[in-house]
Design a binder for this molecule. Structure first.
Ligand code: NIG
Length: 416
């Protein structure tokens, strides 16, 4: 047992756990001041105010929060953090004025990462990804979704997914894997996009399913990448193998991706930078959660998705880091909170809900993650002394995390 005492504020407490919060509800964050938190067998057993703290007994490990706050770990529901090398040379191209699509058309972008990944062994890829997993663990993430999508042939897609499986087994993070064979059309299939989609359907999906390597299936449904028709074909094939969609939609244009995601009951539609009244209406009649990835809007200097319009209409929104080498080489969810607040005009309460319980929902993990609730995984972080929870997004480059606890175990600084 682990007893955390002297918590200035226990943030994001749920007495009656919900799957997600939507609309005006997103503006409320339940907290307990001057609190304790009790953990048993890796799960949250109890919490309350310090005056109601249980008597300490032999065998209970005490952690004094020292007046810091306790948050549930961030749930980062969209990343591509298994990749080889980096793409800072394209960053220079971007600074000089080339767009994301122009870089992609010149064979850069995803195809560039695909070449690098092809020439990297599975062990080396694992080591590189492990460093990023450790980095996000230190910055407060406790559950993360990771996609394939830089393989673009059967062998390399499987290589990526096996690396994700190794990360699941070897790290304390809760990890969900998504198969994203339809991330870009490889050069050898140029002008034969349909053949590449056939390869995904007839060869990749059956093998991914046979090895049980993925929880979800994704398609980059976007102008210049995969059409709505391609997307529907891939999603139908995935559903035949029990892979629920979770797709890239409307990042660069009104691509029809949001409607397609809803039609196939996607867990989430992600990016959604191009969202108008029709898309909002469609989402309102669904269980699909829109996931905003402000790191890419920041890095690509593109307009942000209309978070305010979505929340005002009654939608839930999640935010995620989109950690990847091309559009968001950053996995720090605290920074995503800051971007959500300053750039998308979300309140700190809305942003924290979006990065915790709604992020958990976008990975199908709300029953076990995303809030401080009895019976949920004891995935939390303790902050340094801070004046308020609003200070988290406000102090946007200050490291504020003092201690990370995952599944009830203290993650030693040396371990991460
Ligand atoms: O979500 N947009 C597609 N995929 C990633 C970018 C991948 C890359 O450029 O390497 C994204 O932004």
């Amino acid at each position: 047992m682990l007893l955390i005492t002297n918590i200035q504020k226990l943030v994001q407490v749920e007495e009656n756990p919900q799957q997600r919060v939507a609309g005006a509800e997103m503006g409320t964050l339940h907290c307990i001041d001057n609190a304790f938190l009790l953990v048993e067998n890796g799960l949250i057993k109890d919490f309350g105010t310090m005056d109601n703290m249980p008597a300490t007994a032999a065998g209970i490990e005490i952690v004094d929060a020292g007046g810091g706050m306790v948050f549930p770990s961030f749930c980062d529901s969209h990343t591509h953090l298994v990749y080889a090398g980096s793409r800072e040379i394209e960053y220079i191209d971007k600074i000089r004025g080339l767009s994301y699509e122009e870089i992609a058309r010149r064979g850069g972008g995803i195809l560039n990462s695909s070449k690098l990944l092809h020439n990297t062994s599975e062990d080396e890829l694992y080591e590189q990804a492990l460093m990023r997993v450790n980095e996000i663990t230190r910055s407060g993430t406790g559950a993360v979704e990771i996609k394939s999508g830089y393989g673009l042939n059967t062998t390399d897609e499987l290589k990526m997914l096996r690396v994700i499986r190794r990360l699941k087994a070897s790290t304390p993070l809760t990890i969900r894997a998504t198969f994203l064979g339809a991330h870009a059309v490889p050069a050898e299939y140029k002008d034969r996009q349909r053949d590449y989609v056939d390869l995904i359907i007839n060869e990749m999906i059956p093998q991914v399913a046979a090895e049980e390597l993925a929880d979800y299936i994704d398609v980059f449904c976007e102008q210049g990448f995969f059409t709505v028709e391609d997307t529907e074909r891939v999603l139908m094939a995935g559903l035949n193998y029990g892979l629920r969609p979770k797709i890239h939609a409307n990042q660069l244009a009104f691509s029809g991706g949001i409607q397609t995601g809803v039609k196939y009951d996607a867990v989430s539609v992600d990016h959604v930078d191009h969202t108008g009244p029709e898309e909002i209406d469609c989402l309102l009649h669904s269980e699909t959660i829109p996931t905003l990835l402000p790191g890419s809007n920041f890095f690509l200097a593109l307009p942000y998705p209309p978070a305010r319009a979505m929340i005002s209409a009654g939608l839930p929104v999640a935010i995620a880091s989109n950690y990847n080498p091309g559009s968001s080489p950053a996995g720090d969810m605290k920074f995503m909170l800051s971007l959500a607040c300053i750039q998308m005009k979300m309140t700190p309460e809305e942003a924290i809900n979006a990065a915790t319980i709604n992020g958990a929902c976008a990975m199908g993990l709300s029953d076990t993650h995303g809030s401080i609730a009895r019976g949920k995984a004891a995935n939390i972080f303790i902050t340094k002394q801070i004046p308020s929870y609003e200070f988290m997004p406000y102090a946007f480059t200050t490291p504020l995390i003092h201690q990370v606890i995952l599944n009830g175990k203290i993650i030693a600084a040396g371990q991460i």
